[in-house]
Design a protein around this ligand. Structure first.
Ligand SMILES: *Cc1c(COP(=O)(O)O)cnc(C)c1O
Length: 425
């Protein structure tokens, strides 16, 4: 006799056998296509998280899946002890795509952030001549750069760090979007090697800084001979309506002479998530030779970094971004989304504001940080066929795959506003 396996069964299995490291929405997914997901009971949803912006190209994109299948049949992993026939091509492709001279391959976002910290420190000692072990990196409060023990050392989220010490030193925290604080530290601290920053703080609740923040931070970093390190793991690759969030108002998706537009060039660019379309763990650090060449054989490495699967999948995933004009779509639909939400907010008591760029947006719920309202709204959104999750307390992020169409977007606005109306006071 066939047993009926429902969602509770799978949730219970995870709960019984897994680490309790996440608090997921109670939905068990088994299939995805484009902007849609289906759960084990066959219910269909719009995905408004996109695996934290990893699935920008949509679920199971046929071209990316094909690249995976083709590569899986011939070669999956060699390690870097030997060369493979995909890594060089990939490095050439990605460095051209983003206009940097060199690429360091890795797998997860946190791993790429770690590598960028090592590169920055070593550059500080060997190029800037900072005294041994004195290098410092400036970071922003409310940052999210990953979960390793070094990275959580400079998190301002106590849940992420309490009881995980001793924490790593060498990091100085300033408020986000505060150029005066940045300059004050640069003026008084001669041993600063880098400034690590998210051009928009995604996890913190989609905090979009002032228009000129990154550009001015760039000139301060240049003035004080400090590396500007942009963590675009969440904001990069079309998500915010430009190829990178540091491209500002340019929506050419990388085909222009970026320096002539609003592009702010970081010294180090960190990518992850959507570089593979969520099909495989791929991340990368990009910078020019004058910085990357501080790393010599034996000083860094990763068994899986730069494997032929990752290279083939990521090249196809980046081709899809360009061919399908997903950056331009994100820009256009993002504007429509915020306009529609803004219209709703005019008469709403439950939503305070909508903010964001491109298709990385969030609404702020009119309740305390510790209330369950945002969570309860997300549960109801799920019932109504749309999956989203609170970021911090009372903030809900809305980040659909960039392949979403205008009709689908308006259908989602309907679901969201209908759901919110039930929570109006
Ligand atoms: C997701 C994310 C990371 C960490 O990436 P993992 O792949 O989860 O290690 C780092 N920085 C930012 C901005 C992110 O959004």
């Amino acid at each position: 006799m066939e047993t009926i396996i429902n969602a509770d069964h799978f949730i219970e299995l995870e709960h019984r056998h897994g680490a309790h490291d996440y608090h997921p929405l109670p939905v068990v997914l088994e299939r995805g296509e484009g902007v849609y997901l289906w759960d084990v009971e066959g219910k269909k949803y719009f995905d408004f998280l996109s695996a934290y912006s990893a699935v920008n190209q949509g679920h199971c994109h046929p071209r990316i899946v094909n690249a995976l299948q083709k590569q899986a049949q011939v070669l999956t992993l060699t390690s870097r002890a030997f060369h493979n026939n995909k890594l060089g091509k990939y490095m050439e492709y990605v460095t051209k795509y983003f206009d940097f001279e060199r690429l360091l391959p890795s797998n997860t976002g946190a791993e790429a952030v770690e590598a960028s910290i090592k590169i920055t420190r070593k550059w500080g000692y060997t190029v800037k001549n900072i005294p041994s072990n004195k290098a410092e990196i400036i970071v922003c409060s409310q940052n999210f750069h990953g979960r390793t023990s070094t990275i959580i050392s400079f998190s301002s989220d106590s849940e992420s760090k309490v009881n995980f010490g001793p924490h790593a030193s060498g990091f100085i925290t300033i408020p986000y979007n505060d150029l005066e604080a940045l300059e004050a530290i640069l003026e008084t601290h001669p041993n600063i090697a880098g400034f690590l920053v998210e051009p928009i703080q995604g996890e913190a609740g989609v905090y979009t800084p002032d228009e000129n923040f990154i550009r001015k931070a760039r000139s301060l970093c240049s003035e004080y001979n400090v590396l500007l390190i942009a963590d675009e793991i969440q904001t990069g690759i079309g998500r915010t309506g430009s190829l990178l969030a540091v491209c500002g108002n340019c929506s050419c998706a990388g085909d222009c002479e970026r320096q002539e537009n609003s592009y702010t060039r970081p010294d180090i660019l960190i990518l992850g998530k959507a570089i593979s379309g969520g099909t495989y763990p791929v991340s990368a650090v990009l910078c020019d030779s004058s910085i990357m060449d501080v790393i010599q054989p034996g000083q860094h490495g990763s068994t899986f970094g730069g494997n032929p699967m990752a290279c083939s999948i990521a090249m196809e995933a980046l081709e899809v971004i360009r061919d399908e004009k997903l950056t331009q779509n994100a820009r256009h639909l993002g504007e429509l989304f915020r306009t529609a939400m803004q219209e709703y907010i005019e008469t709403s008591t439950i939503v305070l504001k909508v903010r964001g760029k491109g298709l990385l947006n969030a609404i702020v719920i009119n309740d305390t940080e510790t209330s369950n309202t945002a969570w309860n709204i997300c549960i109801q959104l799920k019932e109504n066929g749309l999956l989203a999750k609170p970021t911090h307390g009372n903030i809900i992020r809305f980040a659909p795959p960039l392949v979403i169409s205008e009709d689908q977007l308006y259908e989602c606005v309907e679901i969201i506003t209908k759901t919110l109306k039930a929570f109006e006071k």
